[in-house]
Design a protein around this ligand. Structure first.
Ligand code: ACO
Length: 435
């Protein structure tokens, strides 16, 4: 019989021992199964922020931050970025493998046919103030989808789950573009089924009833790439939020809405916006780039170079390596006399100095994916407040794939972390007039 691999944990105060099984992944870090710990020794584990806790099994995305590796379904992100399209990547994340020609065509047709929103949802927008952040609108409207499609979805039926996934992937660009149109007092543009997924989004963002609009093919390609690179990143904060919300068997639209709320935070999806704000500050100040580099290195100054460094990647973020090339090509494509040239020159100067500076090199602080995606989105004419919305639109497929995986997993339970209680001991209620 095969010997089970274990680690032994000894409670030094009682001498009791427990054998904890080691779970071997197909790739990556071995994991200790601590489920028996509380039952057998009466202890919880303490791991704020889940720095060393695997919350689930997953076969969707593999990531090694030390080696700078990212794979969807085993396929290297570099190959997907070069050869694939966002919709093909959606199919891969949802089903676990690349589609054949017929499957891809069928998938594209399904997504295209679900891009419309229920007309009543249109009225939902007018309930928001004109100056509402588009992410606030996204949280509200995506959550509201559950009111429109709730009864049709049995989450224990795989076909129903796939329908919900298709609806979300298809409708998200429409919801996102309309949040921008509403804030700017522009009429909503309906989806155009003759356009590709990224082209359709740009058309809904920028077309006017008064004149024809044709998106720059370079922008369409760059947006498709940004969407591929942001499609999934395993158990990050927003994905874990979707899983936790969905673990109570909540409606998938409500779970995705929770994911959008989590993504909104500046420590997660908001970094690409911060990059541009930093570049604007630098351009508008009378100081040179070196002054900001020196500030970033000064431990007494809270200033950090936004878009540099990453919690997981201690090597070059593979997504940044890919997108950097596109960013440089796009700036070349736009030529020298565009309105953002000064910002772009500043970004390139920051990148050049930081990549040669020992402070950044020795700490493995490379520009991350958000440094370049912010610049590309700005060059495309996308306003700052829409940056995180585009991240949400791209990540929706990752969220819904994880939700689907969780519902199918026989080991999954309602998420219910424990705590290390640090509060008052039991005491008697004191009447108001005696406090
Ligand atoms: N500018 C200057 N110094 C930095 C930066 C930076 N952007 N990032 C890290 N450092 C320094 C730290 O001061 C620390 O120096 P020390 O070793 O001398 O104390 C060292 O590098 C290690 O940094 P940590 O903060 O320990 O790294 P951590 O992994 O905790 O932080 C983080 C990662 C939060 C992303 C950080 O690099 C940062 O704040 N970057 C700027 C914000 C940003 O771009 N966020 C987007 C990340 S990408 C994404 O979320 C999709």
């Amino acid at each position: 019989m095969e010997q089970k691999e274990t680690v032994t944990l000894t409670d030094n105060s009682t001498g009791k021992q427990i054998e904890l099984p080691i779970l071997r992944p197909t790739n990556g870090t071995p994991t200790i199964d601590v489920r028996g710990l509380y039952r057998e020794l009466g202890y919880f584990t303490y791991d704020p922020g889940f720095l060393s806790t695997a919350s689930c099994r997953s076969s969707i995305t593999y990531l090694d931050g030390n080696k700078g590796i990212l794979q969807y379904g085993g396929y290297p992100i570099e190959q997907l970025a070069e050869h694939s399209t966002f919709l093909e990547v959606c199919y891969l994340l949802l089903s676990g493998d690349l589609p054949n020609e017929r499957e891809l065509k069928q998938f594209e047709t399904i997504i295209t046919r679900h891009t419309m929103l229920h007309e009543a949802l249109k009225r939902f927008y007018s309930g928001f103030r004109r100056d509402a952040h588009p992410m606030a609108i996204m949280v509200g409207v995506v959550g509201a989808l559950s009111a429109f499609y709730h009864d049709e979805i049995d989450i224990h039926n795989p076909e129903d789950r796939m329908i919900a996934a298709h609806q979300l992937i298809a409708k998200m660009p429409t919801i996102a573009a309309w949040s921008y149109r509403y804030a700017n007092g522009l009429p909503f543009t309906y989806p155009d089924n003759s356009l590709s997924y990224p082209d359709n989004f740009l058309n809904m963002m920028f077309s006017m009833p008064t004149e024809p609009y044709k998106a720059d093919p370079f922008f369409v390609k760059a947006l498709d790439l940004i969407m591929i690179l942001h499609a999934d990143h395993e158990q990050n904060a927003s994905t874990s939020t979707v899983r936790l919300t969905g673990s109570s068997e909540a409606n998938p639209f409500a779970a995705i809405s929770a994911g959008i709320a989590s993504l909104w935070g500046p420590a997660h999806g908001g970094a690409n916006e911060s990059v541009i704000r930093m570049l604007v500050d630098i351009v508008e100040s009378d100081k040179d780039v070196q002054y900001y580099i020196d500030r970033a290195k000064d431990k007494n100054d809270r200033f950090r170079l936004m878009g540099f460094g990453h919690r997981i990647y201690k090597n070059y973020d593979p997504r940044a390596r890919i997108i950097r090339k596109t960013c440089h090509e796009l700036l070349e494509h736009l030529g020298q006399d565009n309105e953002y040239q000064e910002l772009f020159d500043t970004a390139m100067e920051l990148e050049r100095i930081a990549l040669e500076d020992d402070y950044f090199v020795s700490r493995n602080l490379y520009p991350n994916v958000d440094f370049y995606s912010g610049i590309i989105l700005l060059a495309m004419g996308i306003p700052l407040t829409m940056f995180t919305v585009i991240f949400a639109l791209s990540r929706t497929v990752g969220w819904i794939s994880h939700w689907n995986e969780m519902i199918q997993d026989p080991e999954s339970r309602i998420g219910r972390p424990r705590q290390l209680y640090d509060g008052a001991l039991p005491r008697d209620y004191v009447p108001l007039n005696k406090r």
